[in-house]
Design a protein. Structure first.
Length: 447
């Protein structure tokens, strides 16, 4: 006779029907957790540069991730974990707060509104229609462009790339001159060492390659006196500095409406692409290539965004790292719920997270940039009317230091190139609408 708890899990998650077991799902959840728990360190590190309290964001990251995992696992029954998205947190900090001079409280309000729009669009299937209407080249170019944007942030923040009056940017030195002597420039050297270590660990299929690299570089930094580790476990930090701190008073100006749109657009492609990609890897798509219970999965994603904004973090989204859990046998929502429980357990490890220096997380950003650049393979480079807009999308993100401007140039150039090449019929109505909207924004409100 089966254990009553096991029987309940069997009925709720349909384990036998999916060809899996409780043990397999738990191990799959642990595997996924190891591959994405770096976000509990990297996300507070990025958002704290926007003026947000590190400890509060750390707590918000863990809880928002757990909520997303619980809803995805319990409602949609998919082995897909959620957490604050890389790229979206970079846009939040570097483009909106630092670039536009917007307070982080207003930026959180923009995230909240984008989540509410997601909920409405998910309920009425508008979100699916939007994704299907947009050209593949632009979808893939946005992902690749964000990869380059993250790489530039990492290289600049760690000193591998520095400012230059003559060329705007140049490579930083591997040494620092002090009293006539050349001393090692440890942040630069450790950033490069961390990147190579992450790549090597991933090549040998070591689980948790990113988090292992972060901890190794942090330990070396502590040994060199570059950072201080004040313990590993402590009480949970207060979330009060960021909890429900959204400011809606200045949200509905022209520039910030565009911010809401970018949060919506980037997460639209990121989340939907991840859902479909991981589900395909798990063999969960139906015979028509569609994702069963897609509405519930999208709803879970939307709820996580709204909850995360209220807690104090940028947009929460499905993570492609969930594919590692799928590879370990995860097939149901029990995998996602396991990740959620482990994310909550992280709440007591804030001292360790605070000890991690920026040059220890920079390799993670670079490595994620490598993964995101892979999307460029899917672009039709043989068709210049597809390749040119895709290239401009990718190039404009790092060179303008703005994800939003890169997306805008992609839509505008796609419509313009197709029109000039007498292929206007290839442009979906939604692309025309977005292109005109961005042009109007640039003309009346500037970049």
């Amino acid at each position: 006779m089966s254990h009553p708890n096991t029987s309940l899990l069997e009925r709720w998650f349909k384990l036998a029907e999916k060809g899996t077991t409780v043990r397999t799902e738990l191990l799959a959840g642990f595997t996924t957790f190891l591959t994405l728990c770096y976000i509990t360190i990297v996300n507070p590190s990025v958002l704290s540069q926007a003026g947000m309290d590190f400890g509060a964001v750390f707590v918000a990251t863990c809880i928002a991730s757990a909520i997303g995992c619980f809803v995805m696992g319990g409602l949609a029954n998919y082995p897909i974990a959620l957490a604050p998205g890389m790229g979206l947190n970079a846009y939040f900090t570097y483009s909106v707060v630092m670039g536009m001079g917007v307070s982080w409280q207003v930026a959180l309000a923009a995230v909240f509104v984008s989540g509410c729009i997601f909920i409405a669009f998910s309920l009425f299937k508008v979100r699916e229609m939007l994704v299907n209407a947009l050209p593949m080249s632009l979808k893939m170019a946005i992902a690749a462009g964000i990869g380059l944007f993250l790489a530039l942030i990492a290289l600049k923040g760690s000193g591998v790339v520095v400012a230059s009056e003559a060329t705007l940017l140049k490579m930083g030195n591997l040494y620092i001159e002090h009293d006539g002597a050349k001393l090692p420039n440890y942040p630069v050297l450790l950033t490069l060492a961390g990147l190579f270590l992450t790549i090597a660990l991933d090549y040998y299929r070591v689980r948790g390659a990113i988090i292992i690299s972060i901890f190794v570089i942090t330990a070396i930094a502590a040994g060199l006196g570059l950072t201080q580790i004040d313990g590993v476990v402590s009480s949970v930090p207060s979330i009060a500095p960021t909890f429900m701190q959204m400011d809606f008073s200045h949200l509905f100006s022209g520039s910030l409406i565009a911010v809401v749109f970018v949060f919506f657009l980037v997460d639209l492609f990121d989340s939907t692409g991840t859902l479909v990609g991981v589900s395909h890897r798990a063999g969960l798509l139906d015979e028509n290539g569609h994702l069963p219970r897609l509405k519930k999965a999208l709803f879970a994603d939307s709820i996580a965004i709204v909850a995360g904004a209220g807690l104090g973090t940028s947009s929460t989204t499905p993570y492609i790292e969930s594919a590692s859990g799928v590879a370990a046998g995860g097939r149901t929502g029990l995998t996602a719920i396991t990740v959620g429980v482990l994310m909550l357990a992280c709440l007591w490890f804030s001292p360790l997270a605070k000890a991690v220096p920026a040059f220890a997380t920079a390799p993670a950003l670079l490595y994620i940039g490598v993964q995101m650049m892979r999307s460029a393979i899917e672009i039709n480079w043989k068709d210049i009317t597809e390749a040119a807009p895709a290239f401009l999308t990718i190039a404009f993100m790092p060179f303008t230091y703005s994800i939003a401007d890169g997306i805008a140039m992609g839509f505008i150039s796609y419509a313009a190139v197709k029109l000039l090449c007498r292929r206007a019929k290839d442009v979906p109505p939604m692309v025309w609408f977005v292109a005109v909207a961005w042009l109007a924004k640039f003309w009346f409100l500037g970049a």
